[in-house]
Design a protein around this ligand. Structure first.
Ligand code: AMP
Length: 218
């Protein structure tokens, strides 16, 4: 099963993708996580990406597309995967079509996570993530057992540098301008499966699994 997950920053894409990864043995490919790992390791890709990420802007398509093509060629994607945070522009979506066409494959469904903007701003400011394994927490709704320490791996739990109020506003604007049009793009192909994450991630997951079932994918 080859999936894309779309949604505004902080909509819960990562959380939903993590559950689906475990349940259906999919590779979870998060472009944001790959960029952050490169920034942490000080690679040339990380240095370039950081200047855009810090502003809440998108990393250029050429850099991002090359990185994803390379990732999709790795063995762990053979059983299927979930693309989280990619594509984010129409050019990326078209490039993805071309990459997949080379191996005669295509995307099976596009999960669209819908959340009210006000809820997003509120959630992102209290979001915290593990630097080591990427597990996601929320100081109000899902705190770690020990403050600042990841329940899963013991890593350090921090606020993402781009989760500040100003950067979130810029990221939301970028999302509406560049990424939201992709919903239409995939809707026309009948690929969209929607989940509403205003209230609970369990409800959202249930809606998504029902949609995948009705497409005969699970
Ligand atoms: P995320 O973790 O998905 O919220 O991504 C964090 C940041 O990484 C975004 O705000 C962008 O600056 C950058 N980024 C992630 N994925 C992409 C992409 N597909 N295209 C361009 N920039 C991206």
């Amino acid at each position: 099963m080859k999936l894309i997950i779309l949604g505004a920053p902080g909509s819960g894409k990562g959380t939903t993708a993590t559950v689906l990864r475990e349940k259906y043995s999919l590779a979870h490919i998060s472009t944001g996580d790959i960029f952050r790992a490169n920034i942490k390791n000080g690679t040339p890709l990380g240095v370039e990406a950081k200047s855009y990420i810090d502003k809440g802007a998108l990393v250029p398509d050429s850099v991002t597309i090359r990185m994803v093509e390379d990732r999709l060629s790795q063995d762990d994607t053979k059983n299927g995967y979930i693309l989280d945070g990619f594509p984010r522009t129409l050019a990326q979506a078209q490039a993805l079509d071309e990459i997949l066409a080379k191996s005669g494959s295509s995307i099976d469904a596009v999960l669209s996570i819908v959340v009210d903007d006000e809820i997003i701003k509120d959630r992102v400011s209290s979001r915290r993530v593990c630097e080591k394994c990427g597990a996601s927490y929320n100081v109000r709704f899902k705190p770690t057992k020990v403050e600042g320490v990841c329940d899963e791996c013991g890593g350090k739990v921090v606020q993402r540098a781009d989760d500040t109020a100003e950067t979130v506003a810029a990221r939301l604007e970028t999302y509406y301008k560049n990424t939201k049009p992709l919903i239409d793009f995939y809707e026309k192909r009948g690929l969209i499966v929607e989940g509403n994450n205003d209230k609970s991630s369990e409800d959202c997951l249930k809606q998504i699994e029902e949609g995948l079932k009705s497409k005969g994918l699970i």
